[in-house]
Design a protein around this ligand. Structure first.
Ligand SMILES: NC(=O)c1ccc[n+]([C@@H]2O[C@H](COP(=O)([O-])OP(=O)(O)OC[C@H]3O[C@@H](n4cnc5c(N)ncnc54)[C@H](O)[C@@H]3O)[C@@H](O)[C@H]2O)c1
Length: 285
């Protein structure tokens, strides 16, 4: 099973920001999808997120099928065993190595030995996650970008033992769901977050040290470097807890130039996690 066209069912583990986006693009491409989270409430929130995103895309004329037809291909569950018949599973649970390794060990015992197991990790080692399974050659990084239905790219991350055919499969699957790809070796943060996280942390420090207002830190980078979002608004969009987890991994692996900004840690401690809690560096209505 190394051809994306042979995939019938895609399993997604985690129904949060990334998981429900991945489920949506897979179903839009015609795959049957089973999406799992730990609580029914989180599964339902993910399904609601998919419904509203599909409605928005339909209103813009961006879908070839009715939202209800796409949605009928997605099943939500709290039982990992319901992913047993998946040919590909994409994991998008919290950015915690121990949690991801547990999920992969469980998946390894549930899904067919031929199935590919992919992780959406932002910074963690594909090789360390893969070693929790008995099939490290069939484990690969499929790093989708946020928001998944909107962003054009997927980073394919190659672990120490990932089979070349599985790397090829990962590129092919991402293309099937409408994305362009690039490839990174299994090094902390891969291409994107190795470069993005220090940029965000430097934006936070610049604001904290009084270089400019938060609005002008974002405006300066938007207008001055032609990026769609400045560092503070991008951090809010990603989720400050996700930014802190990623920054801490990079700091641990790559040293002091990756140290998370003090204010980032203070905001996360206060529970101001960005758009998802209504306040991060900016306030959201
Ligand atoms: N947010 C981003 O911009 C972004 C971008 C690229 C990659 N990522 C990565 O994607 C992954 C998910 O991030 P997110 O932003 O969607 O986080 P999130 O907090 O929105 O969602 C994570 C979900 O995983 C669920 N979960 C936790 N343990 C689980 C388990 N054992 N089984 C099933 N579900 C479980 C949680 O209940 C939650 O709903 C992380 O590895 C993150 O680093 C995030």
């Amino acid at each position: 099973m190394d051809e994306p066209a042979d995939v019938e069912r895609v399993g997604v583990v985690g129904a949060g920001t990334m998981g429900h986006g991945i489920a949506q693009v897979a179903a839009t491409a015609g795959y049957d999808v089973t999406m799992r989270d730990v609580e029914r409430e989180y599964v339902d929130r993910g399904l609601e997120g998919i419904d509203s995103s599909l409605e928005r895309l339909a209103a813009k004329g961006a879908l070839d099928e009715e939202p209800a037809t796409i949605r009928s291909r997605i099943a939500g569950t709290t039982d990992l065993a319901d992913l047993a018949d998946a040919d590909l599973v994409v994991e998008a649970v919290i950015e915690d190595l121990a949690v991801k390794r547990d999920v992969f060990a469980d998946l390894d015992g549930i899904v067919d030995g031929d199935a590919v197991l992919a992780t959406n990790t932002s910074t963690l080692s594909i090789t360390e996650i893969a070693s929790a399974t008995g099939r490290p050659e069939r484990v690969v990084g499929l790093h989708f970008m946020n928001p998944v239905p909107v962003m054009d790219g997927v980073e394919v991350v190659v672990g120490e033992r990932t089979d070349a055919a599985v790397v090829e499969f990962a590129h092919g699957f991402a293309e099937e769901v409408g994305k362009e790809t690039w490839e990174s070796d299994d090094k902390p943060g891969f291409v994107t977050n190795r470069i993005l996280m220090p940029w965000i942390n430097e934006g936070i420090r610049a604001y904290d040290e009084g270089v400019a207002t938060r609005e002008d830190v974002d405006r300066g980078m938007r207008l001055g470097t032609n990026v769609p979002m400045g560092p503070l608004e991008l951090a809010d969009h990603i989720g400050l807890d996700v930014v802190l987890d990623a920054s801490e991994t990079l700091h641990e692996e790559l040293g002091d130039r990756y140290k998370p900004a003090y204010l980032l840690k203070r905001k996360v401690a206060a529970g101001d996690l960005g758009k998802k809690t209504g306040e991060g560096f900016h306030v959201y209505e």
